[in-house]
Write a protein that binds this ligand. Structure first.
Ligand code: 5GP
Length: 172
């Protein structure tokens, strides 16, 4: 399937998770084998030959990172919400519009100097991806870039991630 057609499978859901937010729902894309393959193939091309590890951000980033890692023969590390990992290497807290959130890295997975790409479905304000990048750097990794399916340009995530190469299959 052509990439543009695959990206067309992403649904727009108004007023989720709160009034005024237009949520991009990737579940129809994940459920379509040809569409998913097209997006995974395109994301795999954003990962350079020097990359040692792909970091998937919970939860949809896990699906993408696993598929791309498998396609490229690269291992995957999980960037998780707090309280899920039995052994934690580090944690980064970050601001949301209301309140805070955190991401954690499993212990003993990332080696100093390993080159990592962060992968997620949507880049919005950039807070999550920036926290994932900091978490990985704190763990000794070299962040080679951030790859997402969709970038919501109005929310300014790319500027927040200044210094990290952002690859988005679609910007809107
Ligand atoms: P940010 O931290 O950049 O504001 O938000 C990005 C994170 O929130 C990502 O982990 C992403 O999965 C989730 N997110 C924010 N907005 C959307 C959206 O419209 N659709 C989806 N699928 N995820 C979103």
């Amino acid at each position: 399937m052509e990439l543009q057609k695959a990206l067309g499978l992403i649904a727009e859901v108004p007023d989720f998770p709160e009034p005024g937010v237009l949520f991009r729902d990737l579940t129809p894309l994940f459920a379509d084998p040809a569409g998913f393959a097209a997006v995974v193939g395109a994301l795999a091309e954003t990962v350079g030959p020097e990359v040692d590890l792909i970091a998937g951000v919970e939860a949809r980033g896990f699906l993408l990172a696993a598929a791309v890692g498998y396609a490229r023969g690269i291992g995957v590390v999980l960037v998780r919400k707090p309280g899920k990992l039995p052994r934690v290497a580090g944690r980064v807290d970050y601001q949301l519009e209301y309140g805070t959130a955190s991401v954690e890295l499993p212990a003993g997975i990332v080696s100093p100097g390993q080159r990592v790409v962060v992968m997620d479905d949507v880049l919005a304000t950039g807070g999550t991806a920036a926290a994932a990048c900091k978490l990985l750097r704190d763990g000794g990794a070299v962040v080679e870039g951030v790859s997402v399916v969709m970038e919501l340009t109005a929310l300014g995530g790319r500027a927040v991630l200044e210094g990290n190469g952002v690859h988005a299959l679609q910007a809107c």
